[in-house]
Design a protein around this ligand. Structure first.
Ligand SMILES: [Zn+2]
Length: 221
């Protein structure tokens, strides 16, 4: 198993790739910022990852995961999301407070324990935040969701919360705005930078900022 540092770099590159056009290289500066190290430290790591064939790295241009790197990144993501599901479903922890523990456990949990957790959870396809769990081969099926912030007024179903901040997750739980909830976007106010939502269990409409609505992924019901 690669070291936790290597795994965190692979995860960071994978997530940054998702914010770029396909096959567009991720600048090393962005990787360094995400990990919280200097560009020099990140560059040293890129050369190590290149030697292990985990990335395609071109100095001054950027980095992309290789096939093996992508698989390794998705297997870490699988461990993270299965651990979060286990902590919520079996250990009954709140969905707002499991991310930090999963960040640690994802690097240390053995394949044997992970397989047992997967079995106890009846092989879940999504974690408590609605994120798809990569399969044991390190493959991820795209879930075809849209960012709520980009949606015109209309009816949607919340599929996934792409944010780990406990306070935001707690607020969502209070609003009963969790994966599976049907909602209606009644208004987009670009001047105030907000969306107005009609939620099933609320008489009053709920305002959410557009930046916050970027972390909510929805589908048409
Ligand atoms: Zn998490």
């Amino acid at each position: 198993m690669p070291s936790s540092t290597v795994e965190n770099y692979l995860k960071a590159i994978w997530s940054l790739q998702g914010q770029h056009e396909e096959a567009e290289m991720v600048p090393i500066g962005q990787v360094a910022e995400k990990i919280g190290v200097t560009p020099g430290t990140a560059t040293t790591m890129m050369n190590q990852l290149l030697k292990k064939d985990l990335v395609k790295y071109t100095p001054r241009r950027g980095v992309l995961l290789s096939g093996a790197g992508q698989k390794a990144a998705l297997l870490v993501l699988r461990r993270h999301r299965l651990v979060e599901t286990f902590l919520v479903e079996i250990m009954k922890l709140d969905w707002a407070e499991v991310h930090e523990d999963a960040e640690v456990l994802e690097h240390v949990i053995s394949d044997r324990l992970l397989a047992r957790m997967d079995e106890m959870l009846h092989h879940p396809t999504h974690d408590p935040h609605g994120a798809p769990i990569p399969n044991a081969e390190g493959e991820l099926t795209p879930d075809g969701t849209t960012v709520l912030a980009d949606c015109p007024p209309g009816a949607y179903t919340l599929q996934r919360v792409r944010e780990d901040q406990p306070s935001f997750l707690q607020w969502l739980a209070e609003m009963e705005l969790i994966p599976g909830t049907d909602l209606i976007v009644t208004d987009r106010n670009l001047e105030a930078d907000t969306l107005s939502l009609k939620l099933p269990n609320r008489a009053e409409s709920v305002q959410i900022s557009l930046p916050a609505a970027k972390s909510l992924l929805v589908a048409r019901p």
